[in-house]
Design a protein around this ligand. Structure first.
Ligand code: SF4
Length: 376
């Protein structure tokens, strides 16, 4: 592959658009170039035929198909999870995870449904993360850098060479709404020509950055919103997610209500089950009441211990089931329990990048299944 140091990603829309406009080149050629490099994996943007002659020296001197490199591919023994380790131009690495799913086989204990084979890609939006969630490997890294829109889209480019990607979830490394402009641009690229992924098949996950939620529907109508709530009251939230201090639960719930009123879409609520911390019956009742005014789907996530890094332990199956029963039975909330997969390849976000040690975090690749199961 051609050396890409110092070049920019052709998928970085704002940059290539600016360059084209400055040079008087019609920007409608940009998606045509994208299509060409996607269909010709070893090609570069300047190999695309039938462009205006002034486009060639510009593309040759400034842009490359990918500025990142796929350095490792880890296949899980269950054959459904593939983890990609991707090295960015600045030397940092991020992870992306492909989940393959065949509805006809009724995988993951579910019943066969119509649809056939499909893949979901979990992408990273930052190197590291400043939210510092106590149960997360990425959080333990601290924040390093934001990814550009091109670097986010390049994860889809790398993954598409391995599998046909139908769904994309922003649940990898980083807090997507802390890198707002880049994720908005990346989603717009993914939903446009030639990727053409339906916005309904894209999910953005957040710990609850209120000011960004307030503008998300305007900027990205139709995408799904997942909120990592993890606790029904503010003090427990702050205990396990220090960043929650900046976003009081009351304000977050108000923002979600406005979001739902505007979007008319269900909101996914992620809830990690931590033994003795947030998994008791009283917490289930608190959560049920908290979510009373919203249309939500709750995903309960049995915690995987991070080992020596974490003081948390996994909730008992009994506790998880009774929590689910209360939400369903008393509050009539659709509630699923996440299954664990891909553990043999460190399926949780940030694990490979952190140090490939015993560390484990919550955002296992298995979460993708829930999203697919529920509405795609
Ligand atoms: S769980 Fe998500 S938001 Fe929290 S530290 Fe990890 S990557 Fe950041």
């Amino acid at each position: 592959m051609e050396q890409s140091m110092g070049f920019r990603s052709v998928f970085n829309l704002s940059e290539i658009k600016t360059e084209f406009e400055r040079a008087g080149i019609n920007t409608h050629f940009i998606p045509i170039i994208w299509k060409y490099v996607l269909q010709n994996p070893n090609s570069q943007p300047h190999d695309a035929p039938s462009l205006p002659s002034s486009a060639y020296p510009l593309l040759l001197s400034k842009f490359r198909t990918t500025t990142s490199t796929l350095t490792s591919v880890f296949e899980s023994k269950d054959n459904v999870t593939t983890k990609l380790l991707i090295k960015l131009q600045n030397g940092a690495s991020v992870e992306a995870v492909i989940m393959r799913y065949d509805t006809r086989l009724g995988s993951y204990g579910g019943k066969p449904r119509s649809g056939g084979p499909r893949s979901t890609l979990c992408v990273s939006s930052q190197v590291g993360c400043k939210m510092g969630c106590k149960f997360c490997a990425t959080g333990s890294m601290g924040f390093k850098t934001n990814l550009s829109s091109g670097e986010i889209v390049e994860q889809l480019v790398h993954a598409s060479r391995l599998s046909h990607i139908r769904n994309v979830v922003f649940m990898g490394m980083g807090e997507p709404l802390n890198n707002y402009a880049a994720i908005v641009e990346a989603v717009r690229i993914m939903t446009g020509f030639p990727f053409q992924i339906s916005p309904k098949r894209i999910t953005v996950s957040t710990v609850g950055i209120v000011h960004a939620i307030n503008k998300l529907h305007n900027d990205l109508p139709c995408v799904n919103l997942a909120v990592s709530l993890h606790a029904p009251v503010q003090d427990i939230r702050c205990q396990i997610m220090p960043a929650a201090r900046a976003f009081p639960l009351e304000k977050l719930m108000d923002a979600l209500q406005v979001y739902q009123k505007n979007s008319q879409q269900k909101i996914f609520i992620e809830y990690i089950m931590l033994d003795g911390v947030n998994d008791e019956e009283q917490h289930a009742h608190q959560l049920g009441k908290l979510l009373d005014k919203l249309q939500v789907v709750v995903n309960l996530i049995p915690f995987n211990p991070i080992g020596s890094l974490s003081s948390f332990t996994t909730s008992t199956e009994l506790n998880v089931r009774s929590f689910q029963k209360i939400l369903r039975g008393v509050y009539n909330i659709r509630t699923t329990v996440r299954q664990q997969m891909g553990q043999d390849i460190s399926g949780a976000c940030g694990q490979l990048v952190v140090n490939r040690s015993e560390q484990r975090s919550v955002e296992s690749a298995s979460l993708l299944t829930d999203i697919e199961d529920l509405h795609l």
